[in-house]
Write a protein that binds this ligand. Sequence first.
Ligand code: PMV
Length: 324
Amino acid sequence: MNKKVTARAHTNIALIKYWGKKNPELIIPTTSSLSLTLDQFYTDTAVVFNSNLSHDELTLNGQPITDHTLLKTSTFLDIVRQMAGINTFARIESTNHVPTAAGLASSASGFAALAAASSKAAGLNLDRQALSRLARRGSGSASRSIFGGFAEWIAGEDDLTSYAHPIQENVTMDIQMLTVVLDGSVKKIGSRQGMQHAIATSPFYDTWVAESEVDLVTMKQAIANNDFQTLGELAEHNALQMHSLNFTAKPAFTYFNGDTLNILNLVQNLRHQGIQAYATMDAGPNVKIISQSTATQVICEAIKKDFPNATVEVAKPGPGISYL
Ligand code: PMV
């Protein structure tokens, strides 16, 4: 106690998406999901519990935070305090190394880093499975950021059985994600709200659950076989299925904007030219292009030609949680 602990967690992008909870309080998902942790984007979080504090204090990139983000952080720390049997408040300093407006959620790396730093600072010594379960309570996708490379979040049935585990931490495949940044605006519909609305109102939700189970099996085979093409085709298909739930919700909504469709079109055109490029999108308008290092140049040139204002971030497979 009173020891400052700093942890680093990298963000991850799902190839088989998580989109809906069967238990919103414990964040137990309706389906298992599978992601790739990235090397370029990460969060460093330092936590110290201090009996002199009268409430939790949070800074994000050096700025004091007092809004709902502090509330979410405190609610999360209450779980840690309960586990450790303490009632001390904490000072949390978090720095996001995610390029401004990259359209990448920082919640995955954020809650994974917070879970690791806060549990250790509270005197707990959790193994990675327990850390994954804890991170899940902050944000579902954070459960996967405990691990590097390809990780699967097993849906499970309850708090004990819902956690991520590594599928392949040292990735052997040549794979990268190009993030095309066109729209830096903050997402209008949070993932929490969006996914539960899709569950409640899309007539295709049950089909999504059944299909995603099949996709997951095929994705794991593709990884085991180093089969980049199957991985890419399936990741794009799975992402489009997820976004179709939003288009078919009542009332309908979407994270896409015009540029999202334009980039999807560009990716399809690249494929017609024989270049292996596949798209995936999350709870925002920016597109991530799944590709191989040999194609980086030609893809970047195609993007620059059609979207002179776009910036492209290249990310490779990244590591799991670490303490600094
Ligand atoms: O963990 P959340 O609440 O940020 O939800 C993540 C949802 C998606 O990014 C769209 C899909 C996923 O599996 O990461």
